[in-house]
Design a protein around this ligand. Sequence first.
Ligand code: NAD
Ligand code: UDP
Length: 324
Amino acid sequence: MTIKRVLVTGGAGFLGSHLCERLIQQGHDVICLDNFFTSQKSNVQHLLHYNNFELIRHDVTHPIWLEVDEIYNLACPAAPGHYQYNPIKTMKTSVMGAINTLGMAKRCNARILQASTSEVYGDPTVHPQPETYRGNVNPIGPRACYDEGKRAAETLCADYHRQHKLDVRVIRIFNTYGPRMHPFDGRVVSNFIIQALRNEDITIFGDGSQTRSFCYRDDLIEGMIRLMNYDGETKHLPVNIGNPNEFTIKQLAELTIRLTNSSSKLVYKPLPEDDPMQRQPDITRAKLLLDWEPTIFLEQGLQRTIEYFRAIDLSDFRAPTPNH
Ligand code: NAD
Ligand code: UDP
């Protein structure tokens, strides 16, 4: 196997830190770049002693000069509470971050993978969502900073590919969970587990009939690496990676209560504006091109995530700071 110099932006985050681990294990020379907006150094502390790992504090909205063979562009707040915290910065991170990393890829003749999202489909009117579906996004709603930012990043990838023949990959990630999620990110899995472990009320937004399809992080990272390494004719086209097993939010709450032996009760809060009512990936393309499909069931993955949340000290974590 060829050893590559690999840049992972957002490498200290939930998914980025696992990706760094996998790439280090494979022997690659890994540069993790992060501004720690929604993460902390402790996520990569255990990697710092590796000779083939380097950590750079940097914001992707500013250019940086590095020599690399591959780039995974993951830098971007991902949880609705995080990306709506400073929506203008979220849009800048997606768009300017894509411009800066695509520019670096062009200069270095590197291959680049852009982390996109199921949010490009908005509140979908087609179910499940294939990559050919163009989506139903409100361009001026509270989720638009993220959805439209990610859509613009995809556009930039497509144009760098058309105009400069850049070797791009685009992964559309569906709700992914697992150990090292930020405990205060407000995402449904982390919220429910923490509430259940404290025997506090479980906050269901709306009536809990909206659906999501939850993918365990190891499955996701495997799909991401396979897509980066895939070299077929349609390699530049977006690929959905997610677990097609769909659950209502109420089912997730009940499962979390059962697995934690919690005495928490369900309480109902207003549904946030533009909250998608259903979401399930059509993974035909991933199966066909990458021979990939998820292997970890929700119950199994939730058990492991619950163990993680039981073990951490919540006082080690903080919410995003106002200076970003
Ligand atoms: P995360 O918040 O844990 O990780 C994002 C990382 O990017 C953090 O370490 C954060 O500090 C860093 N970051 C944010 N803005 C930055 C900036 N301007 N400069 C440098 N670093 C910056 O979230 P995650 O779940 O690991 O998401 C990783 C990527 O995957 C994101 O691009 C996200 O949009 C995408 N994604 C994730 C999911 C999911 O369910 N986890 C779903 C769809 C897409
Ligand atoms: N949700 C909820 N209670 C919470 C947090 C989230 O009912 O405490 C709902 C939210 O309204 C959405 C779903 O869970 O319908 C998934 O939310 P999340 O923030 O995890 O991610 P999204 O898929 O919406 O980006």
